[in-house]
Design a protein around this ligand. Sequence first.
Ligand SMILES: [Zn+2]
Length: 305
Amino acid sequence: MARRKKKTDTRQRKISMQTENQETRSIRIPMIAAKYIAGTLCLLTVLLMGVFCYYRQASHMAIADQAELETLRKSNDVQVNEIAQLSRVTIGLQADMERLNSLDAEIRHILNNEDLKNTSRAGLIRPSVTGTSQYKPQEQLNLDELNHVVDDLQVAVKVREQSLEELKQQLLDKQRKIAAKPSIWPARGEVTSRFGWRSLGGGEYHPGIDIANNIGTPIVATGDGQVVYSDWDSGGYGKLVKIDHNNGIVTLYGHTSQIVVHNGENVKKGQVIAYVGNTGYSTGPHVHYEVRVNGTAVNPASFLN
Ligand SMILES: [Zn+2]
């Protein structure tokens, strides 16, 4: 039995090269070796390319990381400065709030009268922000402290707003009372009869003052109020206007020639309500002006400015 010889690639590759003497020399390399060499070279090339790509990518990532780190550092610096600035501003606000508290208390002290007694306590509520006033404007707070101060400020602002709102209402009430007080003259003219007894010998009692002037001279409301009577009075006042100023104060304007307001109308201090006349029990053109407090006639002069 003939042994089969293992078939091997016996082909050869001829590599020719020229020498210095222009002689051509040839090297014969077995085909399989040539294939191995070529394969190895391919593999090396791929490997080198891979390494090159990896290095390039890694290098790009490192550059990007570095840039990002720089950006973050800058951003961090900016934020640190901003927090410092915010902290200074907040401490400044805290100081402003302290001054507002003092101002509020001062205003209440100035207005401290019967009207304000009931509400003055609200204005004395010292918000907890005053307890954190140990910070000075040049100090820098950390974020926790900053949050604490801001929380305190929020509470303080609400308390102060409520307090100022109460003060506003009290001032408006006071203003309304001042406006309602019959404090001006009802008409220009000459006072022909004062309040009280007309003569020492037990004469007639005069419950108001008489101001004489020409018929048609305007008569004005001496304070804000509501007209409660605007009609003929059979008791001697003639054409009469009565104005209610609240707090038990009513003013009367008698003997007028013409009334220009109606019953129930709200009038302002200084508003024309009628004109001087000579109606009712009157001996000449004048306005009889009377002020009653809880139904009793008082001297109008005590209300006049
Ligand atoms: Zn009179």
